[in-house]
Write a protein that binds this ligand. Structure first.
Ligand code: SAM
Length: 273
C-alpha cells in the first residue's frame, strides 16, 4: 500500500515503478516495473487498509469487525460509544456504518494511540466531523447518555457495565470483543447477574480461505485460527417484581418465580437468546 506522490517511485523485489505512471490514471490499470514485471493498481478496500495501516495497538481483524457491525446492529444514524480506540480499525468500521448522520465517541487511555487512531481514520475517510476521541479511562465514567450502542475492545469490559447500563438507552446493544475465555466468563457472569441485560450471547468467527486451482479445490493449509470472542447483550428495563409473590429464594425448587410450563417442553431461556 503506497501513497502516490509525483516524482516518487515504488521499489520492490521485482523492480521499480514510477508513481507518475499511476497519477491521473484509472484505478485498475496494469503498469510495468523496470524488470518487466506487471502490477495491477487498485485502491485498498477497508479490510485491506486495516491490515496495512500504521498500528499502535493490535487491531480488530476485518472478519471480526464485520461480525461486530452486524451483531451490534450498527446502523446509519446510530450514536455509538467505543473504547478503546487503539489503532482506529474498529472506529473506522463504526464510522462507515453510522454514516454522516450518526456519531462515534471513542475513549482511549493512551494519548499516542489516540493520535494513531485519528491519523488512520483521517487517512482513509478524510476529516471525520462525527468522530470524537476522548482521552481518558472509560472505567472511570461515561458522560454521555441515550446511546444506541456501546462497543468495547479492552481488557476488563465488565468494569464498564454499571456505566454502560446508565448510558445505553433501553433496547440498546452492548458488544465486547475479548481474546480469552476467562475474560468472556467473567463478563457473561456479570451480565447475567444484572436484570438490565438480556439476550447474552457469545461466539467467535472462523474464516477459512479455500485454494481453488484446477482440480485442487481444498481449504488453504493456513488460516487465522484465533483472534477473539464476541459477546453481546441487550439493555432492557428490568421487570418489576410481581406483587404479592415471595422472593425467588423462598420458591420451592429455587426457581425465579416463573410458572411451570405445562407442555413440559424445554424452553429457550435468555441465556440461549
Ligand atoms: C486492543 S486495543 C483496541 C484496538 C482497536 N479496537 C482497533 O481495532 O484498532 C485496546 C485499547 O484499549 C485501550 N484501553 C485500555 N484500557 C482502557 C480504558 N480503561 N479506557 C479507555 N481505553 C482503554 C488501550 O490503550 C488500547 O489502545
Amino acid at each position: 500500500m503506497i501513497t502516490l506522490q509525483r516524482g516518487h517511485a515504488f521499489h520492490f523485489h521485482r523492480g521499480i515503478v514510477s508513481h507518475d505512471l499511476l497519477i491521473g490514471e484509472s484505478e485498475g490499470i496494469t503498469v510495468r516495473a523496470t524488470s518487466g514485471a506487471t502490477l495491477v493498481a487498485l485502491r485498498p478496500t477497508f479490510a485491506e487498509y486495516v491490515l496495512k495501516m500504521k498500528r499502535g495497538a493490535q487491531v480488530v481483524y476485518p472478519k471480526d469487525i464485520a461480525m461486530i457491525l452486524l451483531h451490534g446492529d450498527i446502523h446509519p444514524g446510530a450514536i455509538v460509544l467505543e473504547a478503546g480506540a487503539g489503532s482506529g480499525a474498529l472506529t473506522l468500521g463504526l464510522l462507515r456504518a453510522v454514516g454522516p448522520e450518526g456519531r462515534v465517541l471513542t475513549y482511549e487511555i493512551r494519548e499516542d494511540f489516540a493520535a494513531v487512531a485519528r491519523a488512520n481514520v483521517e487517512a482513509f475517510l478524510g476529516k471525520a466531523e462525527n468522530l470524537e476521541i476522548k482521552l481518558g479511562s472509560v472505567y472511570e465514567a461515561i458522560e454521555e447518555t441515550d446511546l444506541d450502542r456501546v462497543i468495547l475492545d479492552l481488557p476488563e469490559p465488565w468494569r464498564v457495565l454499571p456505566a454502560a447500563r446508565t448510558a445505553l438507552r433501553p433496547g440498546g446493544i452492548f458488544v465486547a470483543y475479548l481474546p480469552t475465555v476467562l475474560q468472556v466468563h467473567t463478563l457473561v457472569e456479570e451480565l447475567r447477574a444484572d436484570p438490565s441485560w438480556t439476550l447474552v450471547s457469545t461466539f467467535e468467527a472462523l474464516v477459512r480461505p479455500w485454494h481453488v486451482e484446477g482440480r485442487s479445490v481444498r481449504p488453504e493449509h493456513r488460516m487465522v485460527a484465533h483472534t477473539g470472542f464476541i459477546t453481546s447483550a441487550r439493555r432492557v428495563v428490568p421487570p418489576a417484581p410481581a406483587a404479592g409473590r415471595p422472593p425467588a429464594d423462598d420458591v420451592p425448587g429455587g426457581g425465579a418465580g416463573e410458572p411451570e410450563d405445562p407442555s413440559g417442553e424445554e424452553k429457550l431461556s435468555n441465556e440461549d437468546g
